[in-house]
Design a protein around this ligand. Structure first.
Ligand SMILES: [Cu+2]
Length: 194
């Protein structure tokens, strides 16, 4: 494999929108890199919005040995109960509708952004979000993308967005437009440098 990549997934569902639960999410031990600010730490942010849905995604890139690790903390209110596909999409646009965000971020040599036909092999693929209460949250870490400059940077010429889908992410490859990666786009946020 030319670019060995891993996703270190630590998905945590927050059942209630309590401060304690949110705190627990923030303290999730798995795959949590050092959050201290300092040299080499880069931050990003997205305000996530959809019909009746609001939330944020916080991005932190830290150096891990010779590589970069990007931790993403997603907190969203207003999702219907169940699992929801979440991905980093190829274009930093959510208007005039969420289709503007393009396919799944996949800058590699193959560059197949088709949300379903090249799933779950895109660089922008993430574990899905479990909505079990008023607020859903997860923290994941990935080496498939960076915030700093380079071939995997989310801050490429056309930027990137985070999109939440109405249906579960089946984590499989399907026909184009089959919806296996989560179907309808119900919320979107442009990722910005912070
Ligand atoms: Cu998506």
């Amino acid at each position: 494999m030319k670019h060995p990549v891993i996703i270190l997934a630590a998905a945590l569902a927050v059942g209630g929108a309590t401060v304690a639960a949110q705190h627990a999410a923030a303290d999730a031990p798995a795959a949590a890199p050092q959050q201290a600010s300092g040299a080499g730490i880069i931050h990003g942010h997205a305000d996530i919005a959809g019909e009746g849905i609001s939330g944020t995604a916080e991005f932190t890139e830290s150096q891990q040995g010779t590589g970069k690790l990007v931790t993403i903390t997603v907190t969203v209110k207003g999702l219907k109960p169940g699992m929801h596909g979440v991905h980093l999409h190829a274009v930093g646009k959510c208007t005039p509708d969420f289709a503007a965000a393009g396919g799944h971020f996949d800058p590699g040599p193959a560059g197949n952004m088709d949300p379903d036909a090249n799933h779950p092999y895109h660089m922008g693929d993430l574990p899905q979000l479990a909505a079990t209460g008023p607020t859903a949250a997860m923290r994941v870490a990935t080496t498939r993308v960076t915030l700093s400059d380079g071939p995997l940077s989310l801050f490429d010429a056309d930027g990137s967005a985070i999109v939440i889908h109405g249906n579960p992410d089946q984590g499989i490859t399907g026909e184009s437009k089959s919806g296996v990666s989560g179907g309808p786009r119900i919320a979107c946020g442009v990722i910005e440098k912070k």
